[in-house]
Design a protein around this ligand. Structure first.
Ligand SMILES: Nc1ncnc2c1ncn2[C@@H]1O[C@H](COP(=O)(O)OP(=O)(O)OP(=O)(O)O)[C@@H](O)[C@H]1O
Ligand SMILES: [Mg+2]
Length: 288
């Protein structure tokens, strides 16, 4: 048995207990807005607090798979990915594998992942023949509900079919942004997209707006740059009801954690960024 197969056998996905599962789509129309950092950091923080968590990555860059211990999911034939689910090789629940600590290569308790593949960039093409293909993920998600407390869907930085599928499926929509123009504009684009797809798919029960706004790289004072400060204030005003007060500041530990292939909350739990992400998860009532 390979090491991965061994881990999978020893850490099967949780039983369906009928527990309520919060499915969160982590989104922004703009790339590089902190979605993957958030998904891994908050997912790990919740798992460390005994919540059963599954992270589903939908980006061909496969960043969240990497942060959860799988450097190159495409390279290993026996590892299931989301593409195997779309190709009917396995079901969504069968594609769940334990997240690994990249340092020890041991499974992280309570944390699972559905791996990404490079071929995700051909999603439109793969689903071309499907009726109402925007519902692709909605149709699959039933097999995860009841097993996990939390499912985090780490979306790519665009508004194409992967993101649309996640927006329709999610119980809550998390808009990630930084205190910069491009990422803030990505939130506006996200809102327009939600409104547009809600017109066609509102009957599924999908959300009609952003539930949470996370500022994943803000500044703590004007002296760090007036333009950053001003944009952050604008975001806070525009999204006053939903923006989380805990803000993650620019922190080199985030970049180091990326290099180490670990969630920042695992890599450096005492860092400012990790503490801010833990607080964010608490403000979202994902754990106490
Ligand atoms: N608080 C922070 N301090 C410093 N660097 C950060 C911080 N948050 C994120 N970054 C850096 O910003 C970059 C983008 O972050 P991340 O990958 O989480 O964004 P993303 O929205 O998932 O991007 P993509 O759209 O490409 O998937 C990364 O290089 C990350 O290390
Ligand atoms: Mg990402």
């Amino acid at each position: 048995m390979t090491q991965h197969a061994d881990h999978i056998a020893q850490h099967p996905l949780p039983e369906d207990t009928g527990r309520p599962t919060r499915v969160l789509a982590v989104v922004n129309g703009s790339a590089g807005s902190g979605k993957t950092t958030f998904s891994a950091a908050v997912g790990y923080a919740a798992a460390a607090r005994k919540k059963k968590v599954c992270i589903l990555g939908l980006d061909k860059q496969r960043d969240v798979s990497r942060l959860l211990g799988y450097d190159d999911p495409d390279a290993e034939e026996e590892l299931p990915t989301i593409l195997d689910v779309l190709n009917d090789v396995c079901s969504l629940d069968e594609a769940v594998v334990p997240a690994l600590d990249s340092k020890t290569e041991k499974p992280i308790p309570n944390l699972w992942v559905i791996l990404e593949a490079r071929g995700l960039d051909k999603l439109e093409f793969m689903l071309a023949g499907m009726t109402a293909r925007e519902l692709w993920l909605h149709r699959l998600m039933g097999s995860l509900r009841g097993r996990f407390d939390l499912v985090l869907i780490d979306c790519p930085g665009d508004m194409k079919l992967a993101t649309t599928g996640a927006l329709i499926t999610a119980n809550e929509i998390v808009g990630c942004t930084k205190s910069q123009e491009k990422e803030a504009r990505g939130l506006t684009e996200l809102e327009s997209k939600i409104t547009e797809i809600h017109e066609s798919y509102g009957h599924t029960g999908m959300r009609d707006g952003v539930d949470w706004v996370v500022i994943g790289e803000g500044v703590s004072s004007k002296s760090q740059g007036k333009v950053y400060w001003d944009i952050e204030q604008q975001v806070r005003e525009a999204y006053a009801d939903v923006v989380l007060s805990a803000t993650v500041r620019d922190d080199v530990k985030v970049a180091e954690a990326y290099t180490a292939g670990q969630p920042v909350t695992l890599y450096s739990p005492k860092s400012d960024a990790a503490e801010a992400y833990v607080k964010i998860g608490r403000q979202m009532k994902l754990y106490r």
